[in-house]
Each structure stands twice: as C-alpha cells, then as structure tokens.
Design a protein around this ligand. Structure first.
Ligand SMILES: *Cc1c(COP(=O)(O)O)cnc(C)c1O
Length: 229
C-alpha cells in the first residue's frame, strides 16, 4: 500500500470509530473535533492529509511548528494546535501563529503569553487527573484558584480543560480519568466565567480516543493511528 492509500484507509477508520463512539454515547458526530497530531511526519505527508480534507494539525515542538508553517504557507485554512510542553522563552516564536494551545500548565506560562500575545489565545488548561508525579498540569484541587488568577490575563481565554492519561492506564482507569476531567469542565462551565467559558474537553489519543469520546471529549488528539500500518 502506498503512503497515500494507508493515510486514506487510516483516516476513514478513525472517522468510522468516531462515528461509532459518538453514536453509542448518543452524541452528535460533529461534537468531536479531530486534531491530527503530525509531530512524527514531514510536511509532504501533511499535504497528503490536507488533500484528504484534514486541515487541523497538532504539533508539540515550537521549532518544528515554525518550520512546517513556513513550508505549508501556500495552504489556506489550516488550523494549528500546539499540544506540547511550551517553554516560556519559546512563547513569542509561536503564540501569534497558533489557533489553540492545549497545554497551559503553569501560571508563569500564562504570564508570558499575556506579555507576548497580540490577540486572545484559545487555551486549554492542562490538568493532571491521574496524579502521576511525572505529568505536568495543575492538580484538580488547584483549578479554582488558577482560574481566579487567570482572570487578570485578558489575552487568555480558557476554552476548556486538557489531560493526558498515563500510558499504562487500564481501561477502567482511563474511563475514570476522562470522566473526572469532564466533571471538572462541567463545574467550571456552569460558573459562566467571561474569561473561562470552558466548554471543551481535550482528551484521547490513538490508544484511547473511543473511551475519551464515551466520557465526553470534544477534541481528540490523534497521531500514530493516522500513520501506522
Ligand atoms: C503525541 C501526542 C498525541 C498523539 O499521540 P498518539 O498516541 O500518536 O495518537 C496527543 N497528545 C499529545 C500531547 C501528544 O504529545
């Protein structure tokens, strides 16, 4: 199978899975936005994906993002998502050229964004629901005070919460972590904060996105399922 055929087949399979997962959760199919995580592939492959209709890309390295944006400058309507750990000194290199930041994981980062962003940036606050010490993100117990503090940063719009499940989580644990993130999002959304509408939940990767959809994900970040046999 050629790379293009493989991409096409995988893309179809992912769309079918999304349809099945949304329908068994009694959710509309378009309530889940698919972000193709292209961090492992070159821009040629991204062009192939674009030709198939996939225009939402996620990257996790600032230098790579900048390079790819330049290489794909002729393609219009690409939506760029930054999904990785963002160092404060790298903020200025990307913050005005991305559409979403999935990894707002500390207040010092918010401060730097406030300083560098020209317009409001749509951000997901990253939450460490599993409590793994190696994971970045806020603890659930810190969320309330974090949101209060973010209110003074008018360049940051908290559109939702994001989490990453541990790679070795069991299916039951995945359900539990994703359910917990959804619950936190629902509580915040109910407060109707102007700076934090928090209507969205970014969770689920290649291994677990059907479970994330069952638990209410509105953005899923899928990489390897696009590119692997
Ligand atoms: C790489 C990555 C993904 C995609 O992971 P796959 O397992 O390849 O689907 C999603 N989210 C983040 C933050 C990532 O770094």
């Amino acid at each position: 199978m050629s790379t293009k055929e493989l991409l096409n087949k995988n893309f179809q399979a992912i769309q079918t899975q999304i349809q099945e997962a949304t329908s068994s959760a009694e959710r509309p199919a378009d309530s889940v936005k698919l972000v193709a995580v292209t961090k492992t592939v070159p821009t040629d492959t991204m062009r192939d994906l674009f030709a198939l209709g996939m225009k939402t890309f996620g990257e996790n390295r600032t230098d790579v993002l900048v390079k790819k944006q330049a290489e794909l400058a002729d393609l219009t309507d690409i939506e760029w998502h930054f999904i990785g750990n963002l160092q404060s000194r790298q903020v200025k290199s990307i913050i005005n050229s991305i559409d979403y930041l999935h990894s707002l994981d500390r207040l010092s980062l918010a401060k730097e964004i406030q300083k560098r962003a020209e317009d409001t940036v749509k951000c997901f606050v990253q939450v460490n629901v599993s409590g793994e010490t190696s994971k970045s993100g806020f603890e659930p117990s810190e969320l309330e005070s974090t949101l209060e503090q973010l209110a003074s940063y008018d360049k940051i719009q908290v559109i939702g919460l994001m989490t990453m499940a541990p790679i070795d989580a069991t299916e039951a644990e995945l359900h539990q972590y994703f359910k917990q993130l959804k619950e936190l999002q629902t509580i915040i959304a109910a407060q109707k904060l102007t700076h934090a509408p928090c209507t969205d939940v970014s969770m689920g990767m290649s291994q677990d996105y059907p479970i994330a959809i069952a638990e209410g994900a509105t953005f899923i970040r899928v990489g390897s399922a696009f590119f692997q046999e």
